[in-house]
Design a protein around this ligand. Sequence first.
Ligand code: AHG
Ligand code: MN
Ligand code: MN
Length: 323
Amino acid sequence: MQLLSNYLKHHNTDLELVELIDTLMIACKEIALQLREGALAGVLGTTEDTNVQGETQKKLDVISNDVLKKVLLDNPLVRGIASEEEDDPVFGNPDGRFLVTFDPLDGSSNIDINVSVGTIFSILEAPKDATEDSVDMFLQSGRKQLAAGYVLYGPSAVLVMSTGQGVNMFTLAHTGDFLLTREQVQIPVQTGEFAINMSNHRFWEEPMRNYIDDLLKGSDGPRGKNYNMRWIASMVAEVHRVLTRGGLFTYPWDSRDPSKPGKLRLMYEGNPMSLLIEQAGGISSTCYGDILDVEPDHIHQRVSVALGSKEEVEALLGYHCEC
Ligand code: AHG
Ligand code: MN
Ligand code: MN
């Protein structure tokens, strides 16, 4: 089995990018250790604080953010970072080549019930002409990502990543190394499984309601087959299931707060997951266009997400088109 860095080097990955990914994994291993200790280390539960999104921060949201921030900013390759748990980007070496955006702990409502969570990351190149530190340098579409991925902290810790040459999975061994365990993942094009938070049904747009209602009709409805449903409330775990055995995952726009274009965040949830899904042969859409083509205008901007098995996402998109 191949070590992460050896695998990347053998596939001609830019050596500075390999070094940055190794740095990221130092932080993720530390997060995995803290999660494993759980109540023994006193890291469960909630802080008194809220983040810029107005969400209560779990202790482990803050711990994970601090670990990633420190480890990344210690690496001179890093020009700046942007995190779900930081109001504004934080800048490192002015000559650093890379920008990293991350969701330090995704699905953190699951921490206290000991269900899977993850870290999501996206790596961009700092524009060469950006002499001043500014949030603007982060505002690049997902197509510009050099690499992206997540570490799922489940029964095993698994890194799933892409540098634009397919999707590979690496499992954290007891030696502390990430070892290649699945190469060139491809999502089955068809599926009978969907994931959506059904409690928001009455707030969705009509096309989404019509699509889900048709899935629920099963073999008696227009789709002509029975579907199964999952909802883990952890995007990392949902995307991992989709990459592993196919499926459709969506967190669509809803009218609870019409000013927000969705719940999930483009720069550190939507974009990195969309790169993985497209690289694995699936589709990742806002329901009106590819997520990777969205031009961001805010570091914490939200986006409607529908991703997964090609033919199932195409069916959903069919409900949204005017034709
Ligand atoms: P985070 O824990 O980083 O705030 O993200 C949680 C996200 C995502 O992982 C999940 O799909 C969704 O929120 C769950 O939302 P509901 O609580 O509405 O089910
Ligand atoms: Mn998240
Ligand atoms: Mn989070």
